[in-house]
Design a protein around this ligand. Structure first.
Ligand code: ADP
Ligand code: MG
Length: 238
């Protein structure tokens, strides 16, 4: 569970190609960070993986099964966005429970899953509050809770910390790494922040203009950048 492969994946908007043929294998439980400058195609790639955007050409498989034509809810993937998109009129509990209500799970199961997520994310004392009364970090944790309760084998994060201040970002980096160790799920994490990439990733995928520039462990890229782009972006400038 949680193994993902992209093969020759391309994206065109009208006639304009923005993703140029991505080949990538991600193993179960891996924490992979997609890093690259604004506009290089990180979000588009994530959106194709979770099914919010059609794959123009190529193939995406999850655990060996082609998912190109599967709707998002059937892919066993949960996505966390930069804008938390919480419902302001609902309590934290109801915000986290929302996807389970959509799936029409029994009430007892919903309660159990929400409580478990709240425990992992240290939100137990906030469940009856409204999102408006929470700090930015707590709101982001609610958004993550809403992903966790679905018990996906793959999590996608699109710049989830970019609205937080530097101190909170540092704290959330540690929390997300701990969460990964607890859940042992596959995580694909998009950022334009080199520090996040270097500190969180098992493997970094450097994207440049819709293509993969280099893939490797953080220290590998840092010490042995393949090209000037990677060197400039995360490498060790010599
Ligand atoms: P990133 O997330 O790395 O900043 P995006 O995936 O958002 O990059 O965008 C990659 C490229 O695709 C950009 O050139 C962007 O303008 C273009 N693009 C993204 N979404 C659309 C869309 N719905 N229609 C047309 N072009 C798009
Ligand atoms: Mg983006």
């Amino acid at each position: 569970m949680g193994q993902l492969a992209l093969s020759g994946v391309k994206k065109r908007f009208n006639k304009f190609e923005v993703i140029h043929g991505i080949d990538l294998d991600i193993r179960d439980g891996e924490f992979v960070v997609f890093v690259g400058p604004s506009g290089c195609g990180k979000s588009t790639l994530l959106r194709m993986i979770c099914g919010l955007e059609e794959i123009t050409e190529g193939e995406c498989t999850i655990d060996g099964i082609r998912v190109n034509d599967l709707p998002p809810v059937k892919r066993g993937i949960a996505m966390v966005f930069q804008s938390y998109a919480l419902y302001p009129h609902m309590s934290v509990f109801e915000n986290i429970a929302f996807p389970l209500r959509v799936e029409k799970l029994p009430e007892a199961e919903i309660k159990e899953r929400v409580m478990r997520a709240a425990r992992v994310l240290q939100l137990e004392n906030r469940l009856q509050q409204k999102p408006g009364n929470l700090s930015g970090g707590q709101r982001q944790r609610v958004a993550i809770g809403r992903a966790i309760v679905r018990q996906p084998s793959i999590f996608l994060f699109d710049e989830p910390l970019s609205n937080l201040d530097a101190a909170l970002r540092a704290e959330m980096r540690i929390e997300l790494t701990a969460l990964h160790q607890k859940l042992k799920a596959t995580m694909i994490y998009v950022t334009h922040d080199q520090v996040e990439a270097m500190t969180m990733a098992d493997r970094i995928v450097v994207l440049d203009g819709g293509s993969i520039s280099q893939v490797g462990a953080p220290l590998e890229l840092y010490h042995k950048p393949d090209n000037l782009f990677v060197a400039g972006f995360i490498g060790n400038p010599r």
